[in-house]
Design a protein around this ligand. Sequence first.
Ligand SMILES: *[C@@H]1O[C@H](CO)[C@@H](O)[C@H](O)[C@H]1NC(C)=O
Ligand SMILES: *[C@@H]1O[C@H](CO)[C@@H](O)[C@H](O)[C@H]1NC(C)=O
Ligand SMILES: *[C@@H]1O[C@H](CO)[C@@H](O)[C@H](O)[C@H]1NC(C)=O
Length: 489
Amino acid sequence: MKSFIISTSLLLAAVSSTLAAPLSNSRIPKLRVRPRSLLANATLPIAEDPNDPSAKYIVVLADDEKRKWADVFDEMGFNTNELKDHKDGFYAFGASSDDHGFRTFALEDGTSIQTFGTAMRAFTMTMFQSEAEGMKELPNIAVLEKDFPVGTGLVEESSYEVASIPDEPVNITEYSVSGLDKRQQQGQVVQQNGAPWNLERISETRAVSLRGRGVTQLAFNYAVDSNGGTGVDVYMVDTGINVNHVEFGGRAKMIFSAFGQNNLRDDHFHGTHTAGTVGSRRYGVAKNVNLFGIKALDSNNRGTGASIVAGMEAALAAHLRRVREPNFIGSVMSMSIGGGGSQAQFNVLQRMAQAGMHVSISAMNDNKDACSAFPGGYSRQLPIFNVGATDPSDGKASFSNFGPCVNIHAPGTNILSTNSKDNQSSRVLQGTSMACPAVSGVIALEIVKNPNLRRDPRAMIQHIQSLAIRTQIRGANSAQIMLNNGVKR
Ligand SMILES: *[C@@H]1O[C@H](CO)[C@@H](O)[C@H](O)[C@H]1NC(C)=O
Ligand SMILES: *[C@@H]1O[C@H](CO)[C@@H](O)[C@H](O)[C@H]1NC(C)=O
Ligand SMILES: *[C@@H]1O[C@H](CO)[C@@H](O)[C@H](O)[C@H]1NC(C)=O
């Protein structure tokens, strides 16, 4: 429970920073609120009004709305009672100072309002369409949208063989800088023998040549700066991380769960795998980063618009606290998740850009236009990476989305990384979910090497695109560039 204590204080600190004096006068009209008994008991044999259906909504407050939650709801016309004991509450942390954080407010009919957010305050509730339409017009509401299901679109594993993985120690050999690279400005370049193929690919200028090596074997070589992204914070918005996995060497911590405080872990496996590609010792691109686990997807690898926004907001809030600490280097949000578009997601990403957070998102796995999968599709408006996946021959992975909203490619098939089921094992997965964390890792490397880019996501994108290898990604019609860490160029 150590991680829980750490994270609570983390969020509390962020909370206190955003407190402000409540608005003194209220000019906000009351909402017309319908009797809510239909929502309270769906088993009642009363048909819902087909002209006014109910649904769950995500509602984000305007930035200048600083008053207590109870006052906000009261003014809207809802008679609420805050639940002191909400063990079934949606969000993990009781990080509630006066009015921020994760709280549950009961309505008279037994339904409830769940609040979340510290840097950006929001809530979810089930309401009638007529109520939602009224609420959307209120001046203290920034976003109001229906909640929706979200996932990672994991690619089925049936299409390839998983080879048995030899349990060998990692062989990292030091090379002199001059032997490898002329442009390298600082630091030592080390070579890891016994790396997975995706790491070799992002440190070499050409496609991997298997030469009898199995693509899922630890038989490849990875050249990387020895500092390995030291001290950079990488927020993994995913299913959680098995922080006890030996490959994380104690650098991984869970800081948030959208599924209760007893769920600060990875009860799927997707999140432990993606975290391993960012920063594990053996499978990781940047072997010295801090990995912060944000559980926004459940044990079935599924979440909702609300759980994703809450997770992203938790990353932003933690970043805003960390930037004020002396050992802060830089932050990256890595998010191998996608689905329908959401204004709330857009708003958090926009704030991240303003706050100097770097973001990498998976382009998703439907072999279609990546501009229709979000939040990656926001790459046209916001400084975020939207990552397409390639196979070992540098072709577009058959499943990868493509098109103008993809702005870089990285290896995404047959990717070996950490598994969540115990503290030692690995597994092979494929998807743009596996390509996105490789980009997050390279961002961490470049944050350390380029202090001037630490809080400049737009310039970082240009820099990493310039390091990338210009090559034909067969089957992709944009972003003909392959992620590269630049050590051999
Ligand atoms: C819902 O209605 C049924 C049938 O009237 C009743 O048995 C049940 O207790 C009600 N549940 C709640 C939560 O009110
Ligand atoms: C580590 O790699 C170097 C260089 O390839 C090799 O000479 C050495 O034998 C390897 N050591 C082990 C323990 O495999
Ligand atoms: C993994 O490590 C944790 C912490 O040391 C331990 O409690 C847990 O039992 C370990 N899991 C397995 C499967 O060995």
